[in-house]
Design a protein. Structure first.
Length: 335
């Protein structure tokens, strides 16, 4: 390696600064979650953030015998993202278990920040989903400034209604009851405005598309992330679901509904763009994003689970080393 003589310029970026920018970008969505879910959102988010910081400190200090790096804000961000993927009525001890798995297994077992092959927050979320499926799929209804926590009123998410409608319409040709139930389910699907502002059921971080888009624009404008991963995911989902909707509009939801519902925006902007688990090159990032979009739609449309973003990102996290191996930038001497 040939290094030029000083002076050198520094971009001014650092791990801490980038982590803080992502946290800042999440503030609009967090405020919306606090407004619609109230006390429950506050308890779950604080539990996840504090637990992640504590677990990282304890593991580094007492198990790995090295200087803790909790001041870089990465553990705090992991806790916030984990809480965004959870129901606001999740018992606090489950949130603690999810944080322990996210930090201990998803991050520190591989050597800490930058060495983890899978997104830690999603690792914790999938662990909780597998371990406590009932609690992780019981969604509280949005009640502005609610003081309810464990006893919050629950209901289905928009994606669950869409899944139910599709199944009922398949059966509607031979069942009058199915037609009636499908009609009732259609009435429960929020319109575009509700999806945009967040007056819907779901996990804390997926309810307000507008807040997530504001955060994404901030991250792109500050060059914390590039457009390649979010745009490739959203474009793939839009094209794929448009084809399906055009083929069978009575059963398949339209592209805009798919984009505004579930964890698609949260995942494509804040989770899939994780530096350690996404490809290095722009072309690699586009391939990575297309893969996430395809897998997400496949799970949503043909899988038993109405949401597939978390699984799609983790699957493509595992493919990232292969993408990096085949999609490489040209050496400087050959440019």
């Amino acid at each position: 390696m040939i290094i030029s003589n000083s002076p050198h310029t520094h971009s001014g970026n650092s791990i801490q600064k980038n982590m803080r920018r992502v946290i800042y970008a999440l503030i609009p969505a967090y405020l919306v979650a606090l407004y619609f879910f109230g006390l429950g959102a506050l308890i779950v988010s604080l539990t996840c953030m504090v637990s992640c910081v504590v677990f990282e400190y304890v593991i580094q200090k007492f198990m790995l015998k090295r200087e803790p790096t909790i001041c870089d804000c990465s553990a705090l961000l992991t806790g916030l993202l984990l809480s965004f993927n959870l129901p606001s009525n999740l018992p606090w001890w489950m949130a603690v278990l999810g944080a322990a798995f996210a930090i201990g297994i998803g991050k520190m077992v591989f050597g800490g920040l930058g060495n983890n092959p899978f997104n830690p927050a999603l690792t914790g979320r999938v662990f909780l989903l597998i371990s406590f499926p009932a609690a992780m799929t019981t969604w509280p209804r949005p009640i502005p400034l609610s003081m309810h926590y464990l006893d919050a009123e629950t209901g289905a998410t928009p994606l669950a209604y869409i899944k139910e409608i599709a199944q009922l319409k398949v059966d509607a040709t031979s069942s009058a009851t199915a037609i009636k139930e499908a009609t009732q389910a259609i009435g429960q699907v929020p319109d575009y405005l509700q999806l945009l502002i967040g007056n819907i059921g779901g996990s804390m971080g997926e309810i307000c598309a507008l807040a997530l888009l504001i955060g994404g624009i901030y991250l792109i404008c500050t060059k914390t992330i590039t457009w390649h991963i979010p745009v490739s995911i959203l474009a793939t989902v839009a094209i794929f679901t448009w084809i399906l909707h055009a083929h069978n509009p009575l059963i398949m939801a339209d592209p805009l509904t798919h984009i505004l519902t579930g964890g698609l925006l949260l995942g494509s902007i804040f989770m899939a763009t994780d530096y350690a688990t996404s490809p290095m090159t722009h072309w690699g990032q586009i391939i990575y994003g297309v893969g996430i979009g395809l897998i997400t739609v496949i799970i949503r449309v043909w899988g038993n689970y109405p949401e597939g973003m978390s699984f799609a990102i983790l699957i493509m996290n595992g493919v990232t080393p292969l993408i990096n191996n085949y999609i490489k930038p040209k050496p400087f001497s050959k440019l």
